[in-house]
Structures are given as structure tokens and as C-alpha cells.
Design a protein around this ligand. Structure first.
Ligand SMILES: *[C@@H]1O[C@H](CO)[C@@H](O)[C@H](O)[C@H]1NC(C)=O
Ligand SMILES: *[C@@H]1O[C@H](CO)[C@@H](O)[C@H](O)[C@H]1NC(C)=O
Ligand SMILES: *[C@@H]1O[C@H](CO)[C@@H](O)[C@H](O)[C@H]1NC(C)=O
Ligand SMILES: [Zn+2]
Length: 578
């Protein structure tokens, strides 16, 4: 899982002790306050179409926030559970459970062979055994099915079969630790070392923390005598880091055969963590994922002796195409459906340091409809993209030439040169648009050098450029609905309310977008309400806790908050009319 990390998009205000400057600051603040009053109470009235902040006209808000949501149906035991999850006894137990999970090296390697054949899958049964030993109540109460040998599917049947199930996901596998990096770790990568604040090790943050937190929450709920009305499903794949085909790729079809299309009320998988931006805190549950397209391009040109070369050979022509691809990147573009647009509205409404230029452009976009047709420059997106590449690529199709191969010998001209181009497709675009664009660029080069252009997956011919698209092709994910429904609550509201109940109302919930893909790519058919969210919030931790690199770790407080979030979310979903 890869998402955008914690960022402060605006430098903190510098304090200046001079009394003269302080007076000026006060004056500016006073003038600002007067302007604020004028704008909101006078200008707004004369211009009814103006977008205004929710404190003035709640119905007009572009960033509605739900009230904190606490489970209403409770028992003495469930109340006691709430206290237990905050206790030092539980903290100690939780550290042990997570640390033990990290100590089992469930690495998934890119070149992994078949399940049942490649011995490197053998680390998974011990992990399943560890879970069984660590969560006895889960294993005596929920049904456990093993799908494609190592995928774990737990079912806690609800008493009301008419309610669609809640589905919580995580993956058991972790990114491998290359031997060459082992001694760069402060604590060994599979030690699960606890230093008083963090649990260290590969998988501690991506995402054994989420998997263990889910099981800890369910273990506590069973112990407290909770009996769900709504069926609860836990679905843990085992190869997410290498595309998820063997795990999620089997779990999702199995669930569809068992429950049917669109049969799940809500799905929560690993994803974005809470961040600070523009002087405010945001929870950004991922409601969208970009698409994915790999294109192979093969340039075939006559060989011959390198002592009598033509002006251009295959490598030169491929290089020219690469230069052309890099010279024609995609423009930032905020589709109406792109969650980042909603985040901008939320920033404008709720964040004190939201840039005024962005606010102005947002306002323009709101009042003039159709300012953002795909053919024209999207000035709002261009301005927003200046925050840096991590932000820009939340609403821009990326293109990167990642592999090149050509030539075999110093005295022979290259007859076959191949490049591979990776794209992550923007929300509002399609794989087809991407395939067309790169084909047009290839066509220009083909014409210039009198080469035949063979479009996607046709046969390579002599003197040609041939394009292939790989099977990894993936459209941008359907965007999870976040708009309120007039007659019932929505899963987004349940998730938001659960989050604000845990962290307080100063945390703004806004829809987020993932630049990478999670196992949820296989689950689109099961529910339109899919969220990629890491609810644990460690305010001291920078970004995502070094996922996929050395010194991966997770803050224990963040982990405990994840457990509490999971328990509350299951209960809130159980009570909800969705
Ligand atoms: C929790 O663990 C710490 C450190 O090992 C220990 O000092 C403390 O007594 C434990 N607390 C409880 C309630 O078990
Ligand atoms: C282009 O290639 C074709 C055959 O591949 C050849 O007949 C033709 O003469 C070439 N034209 C030029 C300008 O080289
Ligand atoms: C197209 O070619 C690529 C690269 O050779 C291959 O991986 C893929 O399976 C092919 N796709 C189709 C639809 O034939
Ligand atoms: Zn992950």
C-alpha cells in the first residue's frame, strides 16, 4: 500500500517579538475581521449564488461534517469493554500480540511461484496458527474458511439475515526486506521490538497493525457478549504486495459466489492515515483509486555491422520516443468526481491556513459552471499541483518509462529495442485515453522514420513500432459515494461519525484518493461503499511509519486507537440503517 504521507502544505507562521510588528499584526487582524463580517453578512446577501462557509448557511456547505457517532445500544459488559481497551493491561497485551505477528516473516516476493509449490509460502501457515493461538474467542465463535490455501476468511453470522454484511480487510503478507538493508535497521526487521513507544519491524505499519487491530476488536466484542445483527466478515489476503491475485483475487470471487453482487454494506481496507494540512487535521478515507496501465513498446529495425551504422538505429528511435513521451506529460485535472476537489472545499471551509489563491479559484469553479471541460486547462488543478508531486499525482495521470532493453553486442546494431511505460490513470480518465495518447506519440516517431505502427498486441513486423498492453491494466476505481442520502444514513457517514467520536470534532473528515492500488481492486463487484483507511493516528509520526523501507514501525497509541475504532465501527454499522 502506498499513499500520500503527512504533509504540512503551508509553512508555520513565524513569530516576531517586536512590539511594532505586533501592532501591525493586530491591525491586520482587525481589518481582516471587518472584511470577514462584511463579506459574509453583506456581500453574501447581495449575491445569493456565492459559495459560503457552513457556519453561515449549513445547507450550502460543500463539506458537511457529521456529528460524532457513539453506539447507542450498550450493556454493562460493552461499557466495561470500552474501559478495558483504554487500560494498561490491554496496552501491554496489544503490544505483545502485534510484536508476535511482526516476528513471523510473511514476505511475498515478486517472483513467487505457485501456492503449494514455492516453499516461500510456508511462512503463512505459522502465521495462521499464531492468530488461532492469540485470538481464541475469535476462533471459537467465528467460522474460518481458508481460501486458496492461505487466504483467511472469517464470518460472524448476524441474527438478521436481511442486513448486508460489514466487511473488514487487511493483508497478511509484507514487503520483503532485502539482505543488503538488514543492517540499516535500528532494530532487526522481524524483531517486533518495542521501545516504549513504537513497535518496530516489517509489517508493523503495512499492515499487520490493521489485521491485528481488527482481530483484537472482534476478540473484545466476543468477550463482551456482543452478538451482531449484521453479519461481520473479515477477509485477509496474502499477496497484496505482489498484486493480490492469489489472495484477494480468490477471496472476492468466492464472496460474490456466496453472497452475490452488491451484497456487502461496506468494505474497509488499509489506506490513508490522518494528516495535517493548511493548519487543520483531516481524516482522508480513500474513496477512489487511480487506474493502472503498463505499455510495452517494441522498436524493430534492421540489424547490421556497427562499423557502418545508419543515421538512426532502434535504440536511437526508441530514445526519441521516450523523449517525446516525457515532453508530453498529462495536465493536472480535477474531475468533478475526484475526491481531492472535495478536500479542497473542506480545506477552504475548515482550515485557517488554506491558501487564498486556491480559495479564489475554487470560488470561480463553483460559480461558473463548466469552467473545467477536459480540453481546457484546469487552473484550479494546476495551482493545487504546486504543493508538490505527491499532491499533483492525486489528480494527474502519471507516465514513467521504467524499463529499457535493446542490443546484444558491441559490434551489432540493435534489431529489437523494448521499453515499458507505466501509467497511473487519473479519476475521470480511462485506460483507453492513455492507450490512445501513447499510440499517437508512437505514430509521430513511426512516420518520421518510415516505420509501420502496429497497434496493441498485434504481431511485430520488420521495421516497425509495435505496442502491447499488459494484463495488469486497471481502470480507475468506481468512486465511493460520499454525498448524504435524504432518507437514511450512508456508510460514509457511519465511518465519519465513528472517526469523529474517537478523535473529536476538530478532525475534519474528507474523501481521499489513493495513488497506489490495494486489494480492494478485486472487490468492486461486492459493494460500492469501499473505503481505504488507516484509522490509527500517531500525531508524532511522520507519514506512514516507513512502509516499504527500513525502520518500519508503528506508534502503539495509534495501534490502540485502531482497535477502538474497529470495535466502534462494527457496533455503529450494526445499529445503522444503511
Ligand atoms: C505493562 O508492562 C510494563 C512494562 O513491562 C509493566 O511495567 C507494567 O506493570 C505492565 N502493566 C500491567 C497492568 O500489566
Ligand atoms: C518507406 O518504407 C517502405 C516499405 O517499408 C518503402 O517502400 C518506402 O520506399 C520507404 N520510404 C522512404 C521515404 O524511405
Ligand atoms: C498483450 O501483450 C502483453 C505483452 O506481451 C501480454 O502480457 C498481454 O497478455 C497481451 N494482452 C492480450 C489481451 O492479449
Ligand atoms: Zn499494505
Amino acid at each position: 500500500m502506498k499513499v500520500w504521507g503527512k504533509q504540512t502544505l503551508v509553512p508555520p507562521p513565524t513569530s516576531d517579538k517586536s512590539p511594532h510588528v505586533r501592532f501591525l499584526v493586530k491591525l491586520v487582524l482587525l481589518l481582516g475581521a471587518i472584511w470577514y463580517l462584511l463579506r459574509n453578512y453583506i456581500i453574501v446577501r447581495t449575491e445569493p449564488s456565492t459559495w459560503i462557509s457552513p457556519s453561515q448557511r449549513n445547507s450550502n456547505t460543500k463539506c458537511p461534517q457529521v456529528e460524532p457517532l457513539f453506539p447507542s445500544q450498550t450493556t454493562e459488559q460493552l461499557d466495561a469493554m470500552g474501559d478495558f481497551l483504554k487500560s494498561e493491561t490491554f496496552r501491554n497485551k496489544s503490544i505483545q500480540r502485534l510484536s508476535g505477528a511482526v516476528q513471523i516473516p510473511t514476505e511475498s516476493f515478486d517472483d513467487m511461484g505457485d501456492v503449494g509449490k514455492d516453499p516461500r509460502w510456508d511462512s503463512f501457515p505459522p502465521f495462521a496458527t499464531y492468530l488461532k493461538k492469540t485470538f481464541p474467542l475469535v476462533h471459537s465463535t467465528l467460522q474460518l474458511e481458508k481460501v486458496n490455501t492461505h487466504a483467511l476468511l472469517y464470518t460472524w453470522p448476524g441474527t438478521d439475515e436481511t442486513l448486508k454484511p460489514t466487511l473488514l480487510m487487511a493483508h497478511q503478507d509484507v514487503v520483503p526486506v532485502p539482505d543488503s538493508t538488514v543492517n540499516q535497521w535500528t532494530h532487526p526487521p522481524f524483531s517486533g521490538h518495542y521501545d516504549g513507544k513504537f513497535v518496530w519491524g516489517r509489517g508493523s505499519s503495512d499492515c499487520k497493525n490493521q489485521l491485528i487491530a481488527i482481530l483484537e476488536a472482534v476478540e473484545a466484542l466476543v468477550e463482551a457478549g456482543f452478538a451482531p445483527r449484521r453479519t461481520l466478515i473479515l477477509s485477509f489476503g496474502f499477496d497484496e504486495e505482489i498484486s493480490g491475485q492469489d489472495g484477494a483475487g480468490h477471496l472476492a470471487p468466492y464472496l460474490i459466489s456466496k453472497y452475490g453482487h452488491g451484497s456487502i454494506a461496506v468494505i474497509v481496507d488499509e489506506g490513508a492515515v490522518n494528516v495535517e494540512s493548511w493548519g487543520a487535521n483531516f481524516a482522508l478515507p480513500g474513496v477512489a483509486e487511480k487506474g493502472y496501465v503498463d505499455v510495452d513498446i517494441v522498436v524493430r529495425m534492421p540489424g547490421g555491422h556497427s562499423s557502418i551504422p545508419p543515421k538512426h538505429n532502434g535504440i536511437g528511435v526508441a530514445s526519441e520516443l521516450i523523449t517525446l513521451i516525457e515532453a508530453n506529460p498529462y495536465d493536472p485535472y480535477l474531475d468533478d468526481e475526484n475526491p481531492y476537489l472535495e478536500l479542497l472545499y473542506c480545506g477552504a471551509e475548515h482550515a485557517s491556513e488554506f491558501p487564498s489563491k486556491l480559495k479564489h479559484l475554487l470560488h470561480k469553479r463553483t460559480t461558473k459552471s463548466g469552467t473545467c471541460s477536459k480540453s481546457k486547462k484546469d487552473h484550479l488543478a494546476i495551482e493545487a499541483s504546486k504543493a508538490g508531486p505527491e499532491i499533483k499525482y492525486l489528480f494527474t495521470t502519471s507516465v514513467a518509462v521504467d524499463i529499457i532493453n535493446g542490443g546484444v553486442k558491441t559490434n551489432a546494431l540493435p534489431e529489437r529495442t523494448k521499453i515499458t511505460v507505466n501509467h497511473r490513470v487519473n479519476v475521470g480518465s480511462t485506460s483507453k485515453a492513455v492507450l490512445n495518447k501513447i499510440a499517437h506519440l508512437a505514430e509521430q516517431v513511426a512516420q518520421k522514420y518510415n516505420l509501420t505502427l502496429n497497434l496493441y498486441n498485434s504481431t511485430e513486423t520488420p521495421s516497425s513500432i509495435t505496442l502491447f498492453h499488459r494484463d495488469t491494466l486497471l481502470e480507475p476505481a468506481p468512486v465511493t459515494p460520499t454525498h448524504p442520502d435524504s432518507d437514511k444514513s450512508t456508510p460514509y457517514e457511519i465511518l465519519s461519525g465513528t472517526t469523529r467520536a474517537l478523535y473529536g470534532k476538530s478532525l475534519i473528515v474528507a474523501p481521499g484518493i489513493m495513488t497506489g492500488n490495494t486489494d480492494t481492486r478485486y472487490y468492486w463487484g461486492l459493494s460500492e461503499h469501499i473505503f481505504r483507511y488507516g484509522p490509527g493516528w500517531d500525531r508524532d509520526q511522520d507519514g506512514l511509519g516507513n512502509i516499504h523501507t527500513v525502520n518500519e514501525k508503528v506508534g502503539v497509541q495509534a495501534h490502540l486507537d485502531t482497535v477502538r475504532w474497529m470495535a466502534a465501527f462494527v457496533r455503529n454499522m450494526d445499529e445503522a440503517d444503511v
